[in-house]
Design a protein around this ligand. Structure first.
Ligand code: GMT
Length: 391
């Protein structure tokens, strides 16, 4: 077995886009590499948060999916499993860590079956992030494969207690699920002085509300617009909409119809989120489901209180009446009233801001990364012991 001083070689498989699971996986890889692990990302594109600086012990292996006239749907899962086999063998990985079950867990199972024939297989951990369980995974089209491959994982983690319970409710899972919450790097996500920027976006000293997401249906971006419509009638304010996705156009249309378009800025995908959060007074997250709410945690780390729904794992981070408020899904009146309450008094706003950062500190990366490290050690040790036993 390796000694404490020797760090493992970890393969991280994730979606490389702005979605929460890819962001969390990339932040985890960055944190592990800072601690001396060798990290190998295996995915179809360079993960977004990896592009900013060079990291000597981070490697990126691009999964290429060749097209062929016969393929209406190029087989990504097959290409991914082959890439996993190559990287595990050539880089001598100790472990694979999969973020988002579909199709990463089944591809890992496949890769492992191939490698078992040569005795070169490695264990794999599946981290459940949210819609892989709450929406997509439950669909009958995927459910049998999702259930099987989650159960075949050497360890399973979920990003909130709520997601763990939801997984047991929705699938026949025979193993323990470890809850390891999302985390934030407060060295990078904290409030900085961006007054010149605030001056440009809110020249009359208006309050600034922010929403960050991938504008999918589950995020209910129209609710964001409706909430802001009500708030801006009571309090001079501006809304910054960060991100892009299928529902952006209808949200822009709604803002025009309501006559508030001039007070709403759709900024699209942004990499320097903490700079934008630094000038924000309130974060809006009216999601239909939200297993944790990493974007909300990053906002809280920048001292931004949260008005959100009580969906999924949001109550695990947002303390009612202290760091923000929680309302039922779709209750625009309640969310607008809470926003107005927080924003209408300077001292009250400051109290909420202080509570938000204090709460975010509980989810700082130095509290969470060791939980993953401990799990890696346990899984690798158990796997080696089993190999010795089986011979
Ligand atoms: O829905 C998204 O915005 C992306 C999604 C994903 O699965 O990639 O994010 C999920 O994972 C994040 C990181 O663990 C969580 O913080 C988000 O709450 C979760 N999103 C949903 O549950 C809708």
């Amino acid at each position: 077995m390796k000694t404490e001083a020797v760090k493992f070689k970890i393969g991280i498989v994730c979606y490389p886009t702005f979605g929460g699971s890819g962001v969390l996986a990339t932040e985890l890889g960055l944190a592990l590499s800072d601690k001396g692990y060798e990290v190998h990302f295996i995915t179809y594109e360079q993960p977004v948060r990896l592009t900013q600086t060079f990291h000597p012990n981070i490697y990126f292996h691009e999964v290429k999916v060749p097209t062929y006239p016969l393929f209406d749907f190029p087989p990504y899962e097959t290409a991914l499993a082959s890439a996993m086999v190559n990287v595990i063998v050539n880089q001598k990985l100790d472990l694979l860590h999969l973020h988002y079950a579909i199709p990463h867990a089944s591809a890992a199972y496949f890769a492992r079956q191939i490698l078992k024939k040569t005795g070169a297989d490695v264990p794999f951990i599946t981290t459940l992030h949210g819609t892989d369980i709450t929406l997509v995974g439950k669909d009958a089209t995927y459910a049998p494969v999702v259930t099987f491959s989650i159960n075949e994982s050497d360890a399973i983690t979920a990003v909130s207690q709520n997601l763990k319970e939801e997984t047991y409710r929705s699938f026949k899972i025979e193993k323990d699920i470890h809850v390891i919450h999302n985390f934030v790097d407060i060295k990078r996500f904290h409030q900085t002085d961006k007054d010149h920027f605030k001056q440009m976006l809110a020249p009359g000293g208006e309050r600034i509300l922010v929403h960050v997401s991938n504008f999918r249906k589950v995020k209910r971006v129209n609710d964001v617009i409706h909430i802001f419509d009500k708030v801006s009638k009571e309090i001079p304010s501006k809304l910054l909409m960060i991100g892009d996705g299928p529902d952006r156009q209808q949200a822009e249309e709604l803002a025009r119809t309501l006559g508030i378009y001039n007070d709403v800025r759709f900024l699209g995908k942004q990499e320097q989120i903490s700079e934008i959060l630094s000038i924000a007074d309130l974060f809006l997250l009216p999601s239909e489901t939200e297993s944790f709410g990493l974007s909300a945690l990053e906002a809280m780390a920048c001292s931004v209180p949260l008005v959100a729904t009580n969906a999924g794992g949001l109550p695990e981070i947002n303390i009612e009446g202290k760091t923000g408020f929680l309302s039922n899904v779709g209750d625009i009146e309640s969310m607008a009233a809470h926003a107005i309450y927080i924003l209408s008094d300077d001292d009250r706003l400051q109290d909420f801001k202080k509570a938000a950062i204090a709460q975010a500190r509980k989810f700082e990366k130095q509290h969470i990364i060791p939980q993953y490290e401990k799990l890696y050690c346990e899984v690798i040790a158990a796997y080696k012991a089993e190999k010795l036993f089986v011979g």
